[in-house]
Design a protein around this ligand. Sequence first.
Ligand code: FMN
Length: 172
Amino acid sequence: MDVFEAIKKRYSCRSYKEKEIESEKLSQLLEAARLAPSAKNLQDWRFVIITDKEKKQKLAQAANNQSFIEKAGAIIVACTNTDYLMRCGQPAGTVDVAIALEHICLEATELGLATCWIGSFYPEKVKPLAGIPADITIVELLAIGYPADKQQEQNRKPVEKIACFNNWQFAD
Ligand SMILES: Cc1cc2nc3c(=O)[nH]c(=O)nc-3n(C[C@H](O)[C@H](O)[C@H](O)COP(=O)(O)O)c2cc1C
């Protein structure tokens, strides 16, 4: 599968088969994250991979009761250990973790797995579940598993609404 095919096939999966993810596949996903770019090459991401059934159930509750994630083979608690702001004012940790997670999503697609980014969660509830220290920031959760659903048609704005050349030309 080439990269563009993986980009087109990736979707947010909200129904998973109760099937373990092979350890080689998990290793490959983590390698995809490890190779991601990061500001100053800080590699300021920390991933806690939750595969324990009971912990996944509790994570689903902490994720605003999004119960579909408890069936996913793994839920990654994606954290950053820096609050470094880039010169542009943006937090490097958030950006870096996001890039690494999307590397994981695309590689997962190639491996026949599906993913769902989870931003709707309560960090204060997730932290004790995964033993995450108080000074560490949880950026996102990512559910990964074998899909029990199918990709739906993607709803996206036309390119003219989101990109222009040389000068800002957007009405909204
Ligand atoms: C940062 C971020 C947070 C998200 N949080 C959630 C979430 O908490 N629950 C959920 O079901 N989907 C979540 N999504 C998935 C989006 O709803 C989804 O990406 C969007 O609707 C486009 O659909 P697609 O991913 O299938 O192409 C999130 C996506 C991103 C990028």
